[in-house]
Design a protein around this ligand. Structure first.
Ligand SMILES: Cc1cc2nc3c(=O)[nH]c(=O)nc-3n(C[C@H](O)[C@H](O)[C@H](O)COP(=O)(O)O)c2cc1C
Length: 169
């Protein structure tokens, strides 16, 4: 079975997860790369995205819309984390871009660090609106995200890949 692992990653977080999945598929016939990768021959496609405004990236939306009759596993990273519920919501949104001829086998999300410019923006906003508690929560979340994806996230991504592949055998 040919497996494709494709990802869209701006700052490297999603790429890191893609590489963990690749490591899990070491002994398999794989195609690996960005959204330009030719995946025609793959039966199973792991497709990874960063989170942009609560959804997958535009490139991933476009790619998903072009895929037919494949088994698909979705993975991604998001700046906000700490809640499976949030990750599930993201998955539900991404799922809408998958044509119905495909079979979705599962999804995996973890948190991914955000650029320092985001922190600078929060700090500035807190200075202007010290009474807004949500800004403080956002800043705490920013700090929490800084260490992700971590070793545990990579291990979780590998077990996710293992489970998906087992289901295809
Ligand atoms: C323009 C922009 C929009 C973002 N929107 C969200 C969002 O709506 N929700 C979220 O959880 N993270 C959001 N993030 C954070 C990224 O999805 C997160 O840092 C991700 O791990 C980046 O992945 P990458 O390193 O593979 O590019 C956003 C980041 C940027 C730059």
């Amino acid at each position: 079975m040919k497996i494709a692992i494709i990802y869209d990653s701006i700052t490297g977080n999603t790429k890191k997860i893609a590489e963990a999945i690749k490591a899990e598929c070491e002994d398999k016939d794989i195609l690996f790369g960005d959204m330009q990768t030719n995946i025609n021959e793959a039966e199973l496609i792991f497709i990874g995205t960063w989170t942009d405004k609560g959804n997958c990236s535009e490139k991933v939306k476009e790619k998903l819309a072009s895929i037919q009759n494949k088994k698909i596993a979705i993975f991604g990273t998001a700046g906000f984390g700490g809640s499976e519920e949030y990750f599930h919501t993201l998955y539900q949104r991404v799922k809408e871009f998958v044509p119905k001829t495909n079979e979705i086998l599962g999804y995996f999300y973890c948190q991914g660090k955000m650029p320092l410019s985001v922190k600078d923006r929060y700090v500035k906003m807190i200075t202007e609106h010290p009474e807004d508690k949500r800004l403080q929560v956002s800043l705490e979340n920013f700090e929490e995200a800084l260490s992700h994806p971590d070793q545990k996230d990579m291990e979780n991504a590998k077990s996710f890949a293992r489970e998906i592949i087992k289901r295809c055998m």
